[in-house]
Design a protein around this ligand. Sequence first.
Ligand code: PMP
Length: 451
Amino acid sequence: MSETPTSPAAATQFTPSEAHAALMARARQVMPGGVTSTARFNQALQAPFYVSRAVGSKLYDLDGREYIDLCCSHGASLLGHRHPAIVEALAQAAEIGYACSAEFEAHVQLAEQVCQLIPCSERVRFCTSGSEATLHLLRVCRAVTGRDKVMRIVGHFHGYHEFLYIGGQPPMDKLEENFVTPYLESPGIPAIMRSLVVPVPFNDLAALEVAVQQHGQECCALVLEPVNFNSGGIQPDPGYLPALRDITRRAGMLLFFDEVQASFKKSPGGAQQDFGVTPDVCTIGKSLGGGMPLSAFCGAAAVMDQFQPAGPVQHSGTFNAHLIQTLAGLAFVNQIRDPGFYPRLEALGRRLYAGFDDIVQRLGVPVCFPHHGARFNLLMGLDRPARNYSELKAHDRARTLAFIRESIMRGVYWADYGGGPAHHGFSIQHTEADIDRVLQVTEDALRTVWL
Ligand code: PMP
């Protein structure tokens, strides 16, 4: 990805308000880089975006300025902010007392709901973050197969832990080498962990067959994002996911869909419902808690019943399925089960994506917006969606950052957390008027950075 500015507009600077600058100065004194999480440093602003209030589809900054939110908590806020059903669930938790290491009927109810909605889910366990979900699910995949390695797809992201933060999103100049010596995505990850990861390219069945022949016997699972939101919204080729189902079965590997991002964005059953391919196991998350920290991992009973006390594999945690997020999860599921929910989401998406396409065509700029349900990406410098990670070499990062700054200055909030093209989205509380405003601002910002 290009790091050098390619347009004069890339030089546009964000100037923080007095209140923003003062808070940032305090933050830098007490937190590394002034943020609680790397991704909260918006690369386009070269600053965190401070929010004083979040309501419906809107964020308000420290000075009370309103923004239409296209970050939506990195995908967690599919219901938007301060949704009445979630507010009610939080009040209910306060009323009941949220003892956090006890089982409640709500846990059983939520597990029943997940098992009804997610095709591969015969059993489910809950945790807080997506990273935890992939960590624990990988453990049981290893236990059940007796194989330590994992096959993964380049460009896909599965959280920040030592097992999967390797070889996923290497810098473009390390891409070739990554297939031989998987790239360690952070200092501090022991080099020895590389030996447990086999990276393969996306949408390339021939390369996968070769890797399976060489390493299949040692790999417990093939893990992937069925829609690669984390590297430009890359869709699986037609027939690719069914072929994976077949190849993994033959190799005795588990098919592991990481749906932390994809789940609930287009349908209640996630990408496995959208594409009609049922994996052995999957992770779900982000939006499941209606904005509260809740993720889950689920799958076939034969795999999941390996967890203690049904089997020998450990998964535990004081805050697992905390009552606050469990009740929020039930409220979330209740919302998405409303027959009007997905038609409404789809109608908003149609308006937004048709509007994006229209702008791009009229302006004649090489920009595209790959999308799946309520989540989309912005690719600058590509006039059609990418098929794999290596095609993102053409992505114009400097223009993307300039575009995001121009949009934020006009009242539409896009996040950028570094690396490749980020994902963005809208919520059920966004309105047609919000979408039309986003389109207007997008056109203005694109004109500024391209024309
Ligand atoms: N898997 C996928 C596919 C994700 O998109 C993410 C988060 N972007 C994660 C795992 C990690 O989730 P979390 O940030 O909750 O740890």
